[in-house]
Write a protein that binds this ligand. Structure first.
Ligand code: HEC
Length: 117
C-alpha cells in the first residue's frame, strides 16, 4: 500500500474539484453525499472507497467537460491521499473556504451544470 498523506489529500480534494459536489466540514457543494469522516457512509477501506467514487463518475466527467475546462486526472498516490483526508477528522476540521482555489469557488458559487438524464 502507498504511504498516505492526508494533508496533501486536503489540497487535492479542493483543487481536483471533489469539493464542488461533496462537502467536508460544511465547505463545498451538496450534489453528492458529504464526505465528512463522521459520515459513516464513507467507505473505510480504500478499494471500496474507489469503487463508490466510480458511482459518481458520470457527474465528474460532466463537470470537467462543462465547468472545469480541464481533465480531472489522478495518480494512484492522489487517490490514496484523498482517501486519507476523507478518513481524517482532525485535518478535516481545518478545511475551510480559504482552501478553495478561486476557479473552484466560482463553480460552487455559480452552481455547477448538472447532467440531464
Ligand atoms: C460533479 C459532481 C461530483 C464530483 C466533482 C465528485 N463527485 Fe463523488 N459523487 C457524486 C455523486 C452524485 C455521488 C453519488 C453517486 C450515487 O450514489 O449514485 C458521488 C459519490 C461519491 C462517493 C460515494 C459516497 C457514498 O457515501 O457512497 C465517494 C467516496 C465520492 N463520490 C468521492 C469523490 C471524490 C474523492 C471526488 C474528487 C476526486 C468526487 N467524488 C468528485 C458527485 C461528484
Amino acid at each position: 500500500m502507498p504511504e498516505m498523506n492526508a494533508a496533501r489529500g486536503k489540497d487535492l480534494f479542493a483543487e481536483r474539484g471533489c469539493v464542488v459536489c461533496h462537502s467536508v466540514n460544511s465547505v463545498g457543494g451538496n450534489i453528492g453525499p458529504s464526505l465528512d469522516a463522521s459520515n459513516m457512509n464513507i467507505a473505510r477501506e480504500p478499494f471500496e472507497f474507489f469503487a463508490s467514487m466510480w458511482r459518481g463518475a458520470e457527474q465528474m466527467l460532466h463537470l470537467q467537460q462543462a465547468d472545469l475546462g480541464y481533465q480531472i486526472d489522478f495518480s494512484g498516490q492522489d487517490i490514496a491521499d484523498i482517501f486519507a483526508f476523507v478518513q481524517d477528522g482532525e485535518i478535516q476540521e481545518r478545511f475551510t473556504e480559504d482552501d478553495l482555489p478561486d476557479h473552484i469557488r466560482d463553480i460552487i458559487d455559480n452552481g455547477p451544470s448538472i447532467p440531464q438524464n
